[in-house]
Design a protein around this ligand. Sequence first.
Ligand code: ADP
Ligand code: XUL
Length: 517
Amino acid sequence: MFLGLDSSTQSLTAVLIDPVSGTIPCQLSVNFGTEFPAYHSPSGFIPNGVEGEVHAHPAMWLEALDLLLARLSGMTDLSKVKWIAGSGQQHGSVYLDATFETRLASLSISEDLAAQLTPALTRSTSPIWMDTSTGPECLEITTAVGSASEVCRLSGSNAIERFTGPQIRRFYKTQPDRYTETSRIHLVSSFIASVLAGKSVPIDFGDGAGMNLLNLAELTWDPALMAATAPDLASKLLPPAAATTYQGGISPYFSEKYGFAADCSIALFTGDNPASLVGMGATAPGNVVISLGTSDTFFAAMSGPRTDPNGFGHVFGNPAGGFMSLICFRNGSLAREALRNALGLDWSDFDLAALATSASAAGENLMLPFYGSEITPRHDCTGPILQGSAAFESGEQPELQVRALLEGQFLNMRLHSRWMGVKTERLRLTGGASKNDGIAQLVANIFQAPVERLDVSNSAALGAAIIAAAASGLEWTALQDRFCQAAAGSVILPDPALASVYADALDRFETLLRAKL
Ligand code: ADP
Ligand code: XUL
């Protein structure tokens, strides 16, 4: 069996696959907010950060790892697991001092991971992907490298607030002593992988490309980008590597405590989006994926090199080789939840409300659906912008607002994914909101493409399990054919009569966006 772990914004998930029988014997999630109230992070991060800071507790991620594996070992025989791979929410970074390696090498099963490893943190909390505090640092990096297009040419993205390089620079500027004490910088993915391996392991190309530090042509840390970011950075990062590279056996802590075999192998961990690309069967061009998690993302395998001329999109490593393009929207589930809560609806009512009104109002009732600051397009805001009928704007007819919020989210996605130049023949939906049929139907109509959902809802953890199996030498295509099929009856077809309605709505949405932002 092969185990995939996904440490995402709100939860840690495990998916176990058995490629011989083609089954998924076990999957399990631990929700950070519910299980660990002591961290006061109901959605996985610390609310109300200053100056756009959004941090989370690495200690909480470690507690979750112990809890998840304890529960998993009660459900299944973990000695059958041959390889483990995983993924993490992208861009988040963990800062560790020189004691980290010795602590990893001498973990005792009589104490938990958090107690033994958190003393090595030089920064007790980790900036995560929602953090927008690094505007000045992005500018400084861009200026030092020469231009935004040069940063993009080298790293696949402009300097972006949530990316790790600008975050490292802010740490160096605000806490220079703590930066100096830091001997190792990890991403969430490589941090969890290192804990499992009992030694620091590299960052992979998939997640590493989300740092503004990886030279995509060379697949090495770029000297100019590092120099523009912070001093002595090369010594704090291990050379990057492919996700499928063998990192050694599992740490004795896990074999002794949870029953893994001593020779269980560890592969590298990658970002949640690259892992999802694998888990959605989309590592070759053809299938486009929309992930509706805390953030919404739109991504696809790339058939050739391309970067976003508007500077919003990104290029990451594809775990199966080559690259993927991605665009991320910060106002994903959190915006949907904000309206749902404001209207006092549950998800099934929300679903019904979305389809209760006619799509012909699209373009007349428009919403810029930004309940919090947005990154695509960049917008600091205090709430959504509504334009339409009195009944819509006043909230007298709440279902109009539900439809307009969702239409606004997916029109915005259609508009900002045009640079990828992918022909959307088939969309595959994943993430918490993908099970919502109303949302899936709207996506099909707005993109005018069939929408599929797979059996496994956690595509990142499934993708990680497939990466583990591929690292052991099994074939990517055979694995994806086996595990990444659309669930029976899950395909939702677009209504062709709405093609012109949404083409028109897209123009109006773009006009409103340009007028207001
Ligand atoms: P992440 O991987 O970012 O931690 P998930 O992919 O697990 O997030 O998605 C979690 C989100 O899914 C929740 O915040 C919730 O808003 C949303 N969600 C869960 N069920 C539904 C539903 N039936 N309809 C719409 N959204 C849902
Ligand atoms: C991608 C991004 C988010 C995180 C959290 O660039 O910031 O999708 O990976 O899921």
